[in-house]
Design a protein around this ligand. Structure first.
Ligand code: NAD
Length: 259
């Protein structure tokens, strides 16, 4: 379905981004990966499911650095000819009360979870408009729609990225480029595993009990959303059925924000 298209997925060496990269490659899109950690394992995981001759590339841009983000978009265009699908997914978390929130963590979260999307969009959008087709998927969060205590920077960044999504959707409304946000609830990735571990350690409970408590507090389904489920939504947003789906923030959250 996506043969001949190229997807640039930020933060795709792990978790949700890796799941989305795999699903897009399985649909035949070339994929440019980005992120830290075990790069070779991520490349192999995506190559393994790629179809239709889809190729896998990698760029190590640090998403807190505007010049590196611009270089990554240009490298993707040089290697594959285009950025047709841009998934702004890279993100980090830090949990602390606002008066104790480390200033450097605030700055890093705003840079990586919010400003990085602005920089990638501003560089990739002209090419999409010129080609008359594009998909921009911003991985926000339920925390783009509602807040939780101790997550001031994350909630501010995620509310911001939904605002950015709506604005760019309006600016592209008469074009073949659509812009939407995906809002997951709890997904059991390394980002959330840290919060599970912290809860287990603080309360002196097992990891399993900590997971149960985490879900029971916020997510009525009592099930984690999976990267595969979110990747299915990403593929749908790239399909012709989603041609006029614009400026939406779609929550896939086990009922979290329905409460
Ligand atoms: P993860 O920790 O598994 O993956 C994060 C990815 O971002 C990794 O590939 C990492 O290397 C990359 N990354 C981090 N800092 C980077 C930087 N400076 N430059 C480049 N890459 C960087 O986390 P995840 O849970 O898969 O999170 C992915 C996105 O989903 C994030 O935006 C997160 O806020 C969002 N999200 C996650 C959940 C959840 O429950 N896990 C819920 C809602 C939203």
């Amino acid at each position: 379905m996506l043969n001949g298209k190229t997807a640039l997925v930020t933060g795709s060496t792990s978790g949700i981004g890796l799941g989305m990269a795999q699903a897009l490659a399985a649909q035949g899109a070339h994929v440019m990966l980005n992120g830290f950690g075990d790069i070779e394992a991520a490349k192999a995981a995506v190559a393994q499911v790629a179809t239709g001759g889809a190729r896998v590339g990698y760029h190590g841009a640090d998403m807190s650095k505007p010049a590196e983000i611009e270089a990554m978009v240009r490298a993707c265009e040089a290697e594959f000819g285009a950025v047709d699908i841009l998934v702004n997914n890279a993100g980090i978390q830090h949990v602390a009360p606002v008066e104790d929130f480390p200033v450097d963590r605030w700055d890093a979260i705003i840079a990586i979870n919010l400003s990085s999307a602005f920089h990638a969009i501003r560089v990739a959008l002209p090419g999409m408009k010129a080609r008359g087709w594009g998909r921009i998927l911003n991985v926000a969060s339920v925390h783009g729609l509602v807040a939780s205590a101790q997550k001031s920077a994350y909630v501010a960044a995620k509310h911001g990225i939904i605002g950015l999504t709506k604005t760019v959707a309006l600016e592209t409304a008469t074009t073949g480029v659509t812009v939407n946000a995906i809002c997951p609830g709890w997904v059991l990735t390394p980002l959330v595993q840290k919060q599970v571990d912290a809860r287990a350690a603080a309360a002196g409970i097992s990891e399993d009990e900590a997971k149960k408590q985490l879900l029971a507090e916020k997510q009525p389904s009592l099930q984690f959303t999976t990267p595969e489920e979110l990747a299915g939504l990403a593929v749908f947003l790239c399909s012709p059925a989603a041609n006029n789906l614009r400026g939406a923030a779609i929550n896939m959250d086990g009922g979290w924000v329905a409460q």
